[in-house]
Design a protein around this ligand. Structure first.
Ligand SMILES: Cc1ncc(COP(=O)(O)O)c(C=O)c1O
Length: 401
């Protein structure tokens, strides 16, 4: 197990919120001091633009910004010029989908699933409506997982795009994405991987996955909000049109023409998210100093511990007891999740209530909303106990009525 006492010393939020039980990392992670300090360093000591200034401060800011790209590239085993900084997973996935508006046509097929976060399926619903390409959904198995077998059932020679999540934000399942990518490539389809929930939990290697595009957000891996990553294979990024035009993305401009810079810069029009990228770099370094093996062992143990206790409680329904990551999605029978969440909130236990921007899987579960607790590196057994106490208190409270 990780030494949570030591880890919490790195997270100033615990100093300011003594009783905090934070179980909403699925929505956004807490931020360590290393990240806050690095963002502060940029604003306190540099605070200037990148790529433009012909003076020391700007060179230094540019170095930090581009070093961040190197850190991200190493983190996912990509090449430097395959890493585009964006606002987040949503922006990255939309950017890719937009670029297929001019590529797809009637007769083409797109595969997605009911397990997707809205950011992974809505951009393709839009593309499908505008191009008349057919949107197919992988049938989930009884547990709600995407399986290779079910994927084969919807894969056809007309499949041009596969957009799937690597780890579900509701069920915590890991998709067998590597095999799916191999099969998709056999019919010439590109695969876009939503790695927003995978990046905090497991090593990502875009080369061994052989995915065509992959997206994740900084704020879910201990980094700042407002920064994300789009990975794309170099030849695909070369073909992809920018979705925004403006400063710094162009080599030369004449009245009736312009030549874009090479990747990744042609996708980063305007002043980029400098502090975000620099902060993200620190977050990745911090995460790597802990290591994914230790992160996985820690969250799995807390998950086991919590589930064991939940098992003994009558009046709840857990929808993903076989979750592969530290996500527990459940309901207290007869109690609306938002009503339940207010009792957790009173006890300073932060969990999520709602459809988690994934209405299709929530409907698949036969629910209108669920409660979700995510376990991560700064959680300990005491957090799990206080979570369990809140579950019991909620049941007792609503039983009165
Ligand atoms: C699986 C998944 N995909 C995409 C997103 C969207 O991420 P962002 O809001 O950072 O763009 C989320 C966020 O909850 C997510 O969990």
């Amino acid at each position: 197990m990780l030494d949570v006492k030591v880890i919490r010393q790195n997270f100033p939020i615990y100093e300011h919120n003594k009783d905090l039980v934070y179980l909403d990392t699925g929505a956004s992670s807490l931020k360590p001091k290393a990240v806050i300090d690095q963002v502060d360093h940029y604003y306190s000591n540099l605070g200037v633009n990148v790529h433009r200034g012909v003076y020391g401060l700007s060179y230094e800011a540019t170095d930090l910004y581009e070093e961040a790209r190197t850190t991200v590239a190493k983190f996912i085993n990509a090449n430097f010029d395959e890493v585009v900084f964006t606002r987040g997973t949503t922006a990255s996935l939309n950017m890719v989908a937009q670029s297929y508006l001019s590529v797809l046509k009637e007769g083409d097929e797109i595969i997605t699933s009911e397990l997707e976060h809205h950011s992974s399926m809505l951009p393709w619903l839009n593309v499908s409506k505008k191009t008349n390409a057919k949107l197919n959904y992988v049938k989930l198995n009884d547990e709600g997982r995407i399986t290779v077998e079910a994927f084969k059932d919807v894969l056809t020679t007309n499949t041009k795009v596969v957009a799937l999540t690597y780890v579900s934000n509701v069920m915590g399942y890991i998709t067998p994405i590597e095999e799916i990518i191999k099969l998709a490539h056999e019919v010439g389809a590109v695969v876009i991987v939503d790695a927003a929930q995978a990046a905090p939990h497991m090593p990502i290697n875009v080369k061994s996955l052989d995915c065509d595009y992959l997206a994740f957000s900084g704020h879910k891996i201990l980094g700042p909000t407002g920064i994300g990553v789009l990975y794309g294979k170099k030849h695909l990024l070369d073909q992809m049109e920018p979705s925004e035009y403006g400063g710094d993305m162009v080599d030369f401009v004449v009245k009736d023409n312009a030549k874009w810079k090479d990747t990744p810069y042609k996708f980063e029009a305007g002043t980029p998210i400098i502090s975000g990228a620099i902060g993200l770099s620190s977050a990745i370094k911090y995460l790597m100093s802990i290591g994914f093996e230790a992160i996985e062992a820690h969250t799995k143990e807390l998950h086991r511990y919590t589930l064991e206790k939940l098992k003994d409680i009558k009046g709840i329904e857990v929808y993903n007891s076989k979750s592969d990551t530290g996500i527990i999605t459940f309901n207290i029978i007869g109690v609306h999740p938002h009503d339940a969440a207010s009792i957790f909130d009173k006890n300073k236990v932060c969990i999520r209530a709602g459809h988690h921007c994934a209405q299709l899987i929530t409907k698949w579960l036969g629910q209108i909303a669920t409660l979700r607790a995510t376990l991560y590196i700064y959680n300990n057994y005491e957090d799990c106990d206080r979570f369990i106490d809140s579950v019991k208190e909620t049941i007792d409270f609503f039983n009165q009525f």
